[in-house]
Design a protein around this ligand. Structure first.
Ligand code: CXF
Ligand code: ZN
Length: 369
């Protein structure tokens, strides 16, 4: 048993409480990880606001962290104390039908227990005042110490700064990965929403060799960063209300090759669909819709060959694919530093989520050391 400072969410719509919790040793196939830094993501906010169906309270949020292995449980094969790791909310067991399919990065081996806030054996490693505290997304990186199954830990090169590469745990990989897997050199692309995901689609699009990279947003606040990351055109969704799709089609000679939806708003998803080239355009949904939402489009919208699809964690297999993206950062081909707009102590974590709610941050990173 080890004592750990952690942000605890007691229940929906209450501020996080920063306190000491007890963390049990790693069980079979698990590792104890000392978290060095953790970025804040909108999906954490959905848990704090009671809008996340896979949250069991009380819980420790956080799923965009990086740290070092402190101790490994029995049966752990590929990790040892001292290894630098990024926890994965989507694991890679390398054995299940999904992992072996060659068609997806999804791995649902431990999804049922993860979504109930417990480790694969059905129990939690966290306790506070003798009550059990749940894990969140299988990662709970807003605790100095957390326990994560080995199949949900990506080992990363030891020279990569953990307070930066923590962003590969969610936002950067989701955006950059989706761009790299969907865009061909010379493509025109549209990116709806220039927040934490959208700007990373923009820099991924630049890396993929896109021609026009059209950003769409209701504010120009993030435009300096988006332009630095490769945005070539901007459509103001407020000023161009009612003719956003038309404006994009005019820039992209009839329709973009790929459109990325990064807001989670269903009407915006429909705009992403409509602005794609009708014969081969692809709309990629990254934003998460409100619970129960539905989306409609006329069959002719796809009958000529258009595709609508989603992407999870950028299509990247966590354990075998993250190293390549970390190398891109270390080689100066991807930027992390400029998107970290705020660096916080754990005690300031509620302020970090307030900044996110107000749209004032791109990424806030909580540093434990
Ligand atoms: C999310 C994306 C939608 C499914 C759950 C995880 N990614 C991170 O925030
Ligand atoms: Zn996230």
């Amino acid at each position: 048993m080890i004592r750990s400072r952690a942000a605890v969410c007691i229940g929906p719509n209450t501020p996080l409480v920063v306190q000491e919790i007890d963390v049990a040793p790693p069980g079979f196939g698990e590792a104890l990880v000392e978290i060095v830094a953790s970025g804040l993501c909108h999906t954490d906010l959905t848990a704090l606001d009671g809008m996340n169906a896979s949250s069991v309270y009380p819980l420790v949020p956080g799923h965009e962290g990086a740290g070092r292995v402190v101790e490994v449980g029995e049966g752990v094969r590929d990790l040892k104390p001292g290894d630098h790791v990024i926890p994965l909310y989507g694991p890679e067991c390398k054995e299940c039908r999904m992992c072996l399919s060659g068609r997806t990065n999804l791995c649902w081996t431990i999804k049922p227990t993860r979504d109930r806030g417990v480790m694969p054996d059905g129990t939690s490693r966290f306790r506070c005042d003798d009550a059990s505290v749940h894990h969140f997304m299988g990662t709970s990186t807003l605790s100095r110490y957390t326990v994560v199954p080995e199949i949900a830990l990506a080992k990363v090169r030891p020279d990569a700064p953990l307070d930066k590469v923590c962003l590969f745990g969610c936002g950067v990989t989701t955006g950059v990965g989706a761009a790299l897997s969907e865009i061909r050199a010379g493509d025109d692309v549209a990116v709806f929403g220039l927040g934490g995901i959208g700007i990373n689609v923009v820099q991924g699009a630049r890396l993929a060799g896109a021609r026009r990279i059209i950003g769409i947003d209701v504010t120009e606040r993030k435009n300096d960063l988006a332009i630095a990351y490769g945005m070539t055109d901007f459509v103001h969704a407020g000023r161009e209300a009612g003719r956003v799709v038309q404006a994009i089609r005019e820039i992209a000679s009839g329709g973009v090759d790929v459109a990325f939806e990064c807001t989670g708003l269903v009407p915006v998803m429909r705009q992403a669909f409509d602005c794609c080239q009708p014969a081969w355009g692809t709309a990629v949904l990254l934003g998460v819709e409100p619970p129960g939402a539905e989306m409609g489009f006329p069959p002719v919208g796809v009958r000529y060959g258009r595709t609508i699809k989603g992407s999870y964690f950028g299509g990247v297999k966590g354990r075998s694919g993250l190293g390549r993206l970390v190398d891109f950062y270390m080689d100066g081909r991807l930027d992390l530093d400029r998107q970290i707009t705020h660096t916080l102590q754990l005690e300031e974590v509620n302020h970090g989520f307030d900044l996110m709610r107000a749209g004032e941050s791109v990424r806030s990173v909580v540093r434990f050391e």
